[in-house]
Design a protein around this ligand. Structure first.
Ligand code: MCA
Ligand code: AMP
Length: 505
């Protein structure tokens, strides 16, 4: 683990508030917010949380778009010792209520765009005491919390230990509903210290952050890295390729982090534009595989080689191509400082260089387990304490990792994870459906396209509509195939590789 790490995310933030109060932390929609501005809103928001009865280890769910209010509220929850539960803003009632029930959240904090969805579930969640709807306006939102009966500003945070849980991030494995990975201050701080060192991140950096703050890529890489280094963030509510391109062409952004879909859309704009981005020293890609073709075309258009890295909700960032050494397209580089990585066979024995097996990890970045799921936790770690990622890969002679498959059933569409099992169960609810399998086909924009293969006498529209009303829009099938029967092995398991060949040939 890197030496001399701050004792919590909160103390890392406070250190910067004290040493550089007037430095801009956030640029957002034509306004600037200094480290001190954010501190001042945090103390009032923390006061409101305390008045609502939030104590150490209470779970508070954030179902919110990117904004300064998200950032302040996030820090305020940690300030009073609460545990932040992250919720994808695209989730609908079904997905939201699972997370709130599973985490037994006491408080749900949302915004006006999601208030209808949020209000639908409040009576169904036994643990929930309160729903707060924010406005994306920092002053108004701080006042809202400050005006809660008996609220008093809390100037100093509670005493936090490195092993205190800071965040529960929901993710899924191969089976069942999504599980909450418990991430501590140690996990986050150690990872950000290692990563910022590797990327030569300094307080002079200005990161363009359009990734959602409810995922590790936006939150732990983008936001935590910035407060650890005391740098600035140009924060956007959402990714609009034209706006991002314009911003990158002004010359004041030094870093941009994105998923491959974002890089591809920006590349297409660059290929049709005489004005090129300037001032960037680091472009990072992750969350899904980046094709070597996009890698080389971006270099041609932007004059900069993308640095691809590999992460996971449970482990934050694991490996990355080097900042100064060779960045090999198609690989995700070498482990960050303090992280051990091995490639193992099904008996959890280490394999040799160039042999493909499961990627397994050890290090201070790895979560302590799944919230209230001892069995799932046990299954995900080997008996000698290696975390089993469910990703397949190999190391080359220089130690660079290539991910070349997945042992887990997962589709990654535009950087969002979709679990076939969740969709299969939902589609199987329809009376006319006899059998169903969900697979990912190649998609030029999103990387993988959600595709349902169905045995049954009903329309494609009915299937898509059923999924769209129940689940986040990015999960609905973009394509539906009808077949007479699904190929199964002797144990009755659908053979998806054969099915994919069948529908694509
Ligand atoms: C939006 N749509 C999608 C997706 N996103 N469909 C499939 N896959 C997607 N990813 C659909 C919407 O449902 C909608 O369709 C239509 O596209 C337009 O919606 P809009 O919101 O305008 O889309 P967008 O803004 O263009 O979104 C594309 C996006 C977004 C910006 C690439 O998907 C995104 O923010 N992805 C990043 C996710 C991320 O941060 N992942 C990190 C997690 P309809 O109207 O028909 O419904 S992984 C992680 O954190 C680990 C640790 C790691 O390694 O990083
Ligand atoms: P999540 O569970 O949402 O955090 O997604 C983590 C998964 O995203 C990993 O287990 C990988 O399968 C995938 N992933 C993340 N980064 C990369 C990358 N650079 N290349 C390929 N897959 C990646």
């Amino acid at each position: 683990m890197p030496n001399n790490i701050p004792s919590s995310l909160v103390s890392a933030f406070l250190e910067k508030v004290n040493s550089q109060p007037n430095k801009v932390l956030l640029y957002f929609e034509e306004k600037e917010y200094s480290y001190k501005d954010i501190y001042e809103s945090v103390v009032f928001m923390a006061g409101g949380l305390k008045a609502l009865g939030i104590e150490k280890t209470d779970r508070v769910a954030l179902y919110l778009e990117n904004s300064p209010s998200f950032i302040s509220m996030y820090l305020a929850i940690l300030w009073v010792g609460g545990i932040v539960v992250l919720v994808n803003t695209r989730y609908k009632k079904l997905e939201l209520s699972h997370i709130l029930n599973d985490s037994t959240a006491k408080l749900l904090i949302s915004d006006k765009e999601r208030s209808t969805e949020a209000k639908k579930i409040i009576l169904e969640i036994d643990s929930l005491k309160e729903l707060i709807i924010l406005n994306h306006d920092l002053a108004q939102d701080s006042d809202l919390l400050a005006n809660i009966k008996e609220a008093q500003a809390i100037i100093r945070p509670v005493d936090l230990k490195l092993d205190d849980i800071a965040v529960i991030g929901y993710t899924s494995g191969t089976t069942g509903k999504s599980k909450g990975a418990m991430l501590s201050h140690r996990n986050f701080v150690s990872n950000s210290v290692a990563l910022t060192k590797a990327w030569h991140w300094s307080k002079n950096d200005n990161l363009l952050l359009v990734l959602p703050l409810f995922h590790m890529h936006g939150l732990a890489v983008g936001f935590h890295g910035s407060i650890i280094q005391g740098s600035s963030i140009s924060l956007k509510r959402k990714f609009i390729a034209e706006d991002v391109y314009k911003e990158l062409s002004k010359g004041n952004i030094t870093m941009f982090f994105g998923v491959p879909t974002m890089h591809k859309r920006l590349l297409e704009l660059a290929q049709n534009n005489d004005i090129k981005p300037k001032g960037l020293r680091l472009m990072v890609s992750g969350s899904a595989p980046l094709s070597p073709q996009i890698h080389s075309e971006v270099e041609k258009e932007f004059g900069i080689k993308i640095l691809e890295r590999y992460g996971m909700t449970e482990t934050i960032m694991n490996t990355g191509n080097p900042y100064l050494g060779e960045r090999k397209a198609g690989t995700v580089g070498i482990p960050f400082e303090g992280i051990n990585l091995r490639i193992a066979n099904e008996e959890n024995q280490e394999l040799a260089v160039n042999e493909t097996g499961e990627i397994q990890l050890r290090g201070p970045n790895i979560c302590s387990g799944y919230w209230q799921r001892p069995n799932a936790t046990k299954e995900t770690w080997t008996t000698d304490n290696w975390f089993k990622t469910g990703d397949l890969g190999f190391k080359d002679n220089d130690g660079y990792l290539t991910i070349n498959g997945r042992a887990k059933e997962l589709i990654i569409s535009g950087g969002f994870n979709v679990y076939p099992r969740e969709l299969e169960e939902l589609i199987a609810e329809l009376d006319e459906v006899t059998e169903v399998a969900v697979v990912g086909l190649v998609d030029p924009d999103f990387g993988e396209k959600i595709t349902a293969v169905v045995v049954g006498n009903l329309s494609k529209e009915k299937i898509i509509e059923h999924c769209a009303t129940k689940l986040a829009g990015f999960k609905k099938p973009r394509e539906v195939f009808f077949v007479d029967k699904l190929p199964r092995n002797a144990l009755g398991k659908v053979q998806k590789h054969i099915l994919i060949k069948q529908i694509t040939s």
